[in-house]
Design a protein. Structure first.
Length: 341
């Protein structure tokens, strides 16, 4: 397979069009077979449900080349399941889970020339998404939907080495109790844009959102779950009904427990405990784990002992083990790696 002529190490995280995408339409109560297409344009009614009332959701995962030269993706069944749950909460017809995985594999295979080579640090980002496509003017679910999957190559997340980030406790809320924080809905991101632009202007990389009801408990950032390490080496991840269940976070916790023999706690985390943790990281598909060096809270500063130079030792070990599993250097738990033939 002749690879596309791309400087893999220097592409960053932007949209680069690849030749093929998958499209399936839902009409008269059923999804059609769906097919690959080269047409990257979406044509829908000016009054489409997605345009008026934001009836849309998405997923994100990656394909990459392992040490042994296989093209694989990581636990796509969990993305299928999460999109299924998201769709139900948004009154959208769920896309069948087995067909979701099939569609992902088809698109990756068709865009094989754009799957970055092993060792480049780059990956092929996969974006499945779905939206209400027919006209809706009264507030109600659409009758017709489109499910699509496109891919775009993205560069290494930590270019020029890992640098811990500085974040702030946000004055905005991300997700209401009993709201939509636990699903991957576009609307959660629309309303987070002002908060992240504000944080960036103030010089912070990310927002830490607290629970809106009491503002005493840690929730997550705009697009990644928190993972903390206590001074005696226990992994702690915040639990709340309005946190998006990150597949990376769940995988890291499994690895901590079953590969590294660590103690793992998934529980409510008070903001007042955060100052006592030894390490802090953000988990998500994009970075796997991004270390946090400092948290600003209205003039007060929490400095983690792991510092601003490198990942803390426990987070580093978690990162190395999970990326080792993903890249085929360490044996994966059964069913985690989906090989694309
Ligand atoms: C997608 C997402 C994550 C990360 O989930 P992964 O499955 O690990 O990529 C975390 N938080 C939010 C709000 C997200 O939308």
């Amino acid at each position: 397979m002749q690879k596309a002529n791309i400087d893999w190490e220097n592409i960053g995280f932007g949209y680069i069009k690849t030749p093929y995408r998958f499209v399936s339409n839902y009409k008269n109560g059923a999804w059609d077979e769906g097919a690959l297409t080269e047409d990257d344009k979406v044509v829908i009614s000016e009054c489409a449900g997605v345009l008026q009332y934001a009836q849309t959701c998405f997923e994100g995962l990656k394909a990459y080349t392992t040490q042994h030269g296989h093209i694989v993706c990581f636990r796509p069944d969990l993305n299928a399941e999460r999109m299924h749950d998201t769709a139900l909460r948004l009154e959208m017809p769920p896309y069948p889970k087995d067909k979701f995985v099939e569609a992902v594999k088809k698109v990756v295979k068709a865009n094989e020339a754009y799957v970055p080579p092993y060792g480049s640090g780059a990956t092929l980002y996969i974006r499945p998404y779905m939206f209400g496509s027919d006209a809706v003017i009264g507030v109600k679910p659409a009758n017709e939907y489109q499910f699509r999957v496109f891919t775009t190559p993205v560069g290494p997340y930590f270019k020029g080495g890992v640098k811990p980030i500085v974040i702030k406790v946000s004055d905005f809320d991300r997700a209401a109790p009993r709201g939509t924080g636990h699903i991957k809905a576009g609307l959660n991101y629309a309303m987070s844009l002002h908060a992240i632009v504000t944080a960036h202007k103030e010089g912070f990389a990310e927002n830490m959102y607290l629970d809106p009801a009491t503002r005493t408990k840690v929730e997550e950032t705009g697009g990644a779950n928190f993972l903390f390490v206590t001074k005696d080496g226990t992994i702690v991840t915040p639990k709340s009904d309005s946190i998006l269940p990150s597949i990376t976070r769940r995988s890291l916790c499994y690895v901590a427990e079953h590969y590294l023999g660590m103690k793992v706690e998934h529980r409510e985390v008070l903001f007042s405990e955060v100052k006592d943790f030894a390490e802090c990281g953000l988990c998500g598909t994009a970075a796997v784990i991004s270390p946090v060096g400092k948290i600003f809270d209205h003039g007060k500063e929490i400095d983690f002992p792991s510092g601003m130079e490198k990942m803390g030792p426990v987070i580093q070990k978690l990162y190395d083990t999970l990326t080792g599993i993903q890249m085929g250097r360490i044996e994966a738990p059964k069913g985690w790696i989906e090989v694309i033939e």
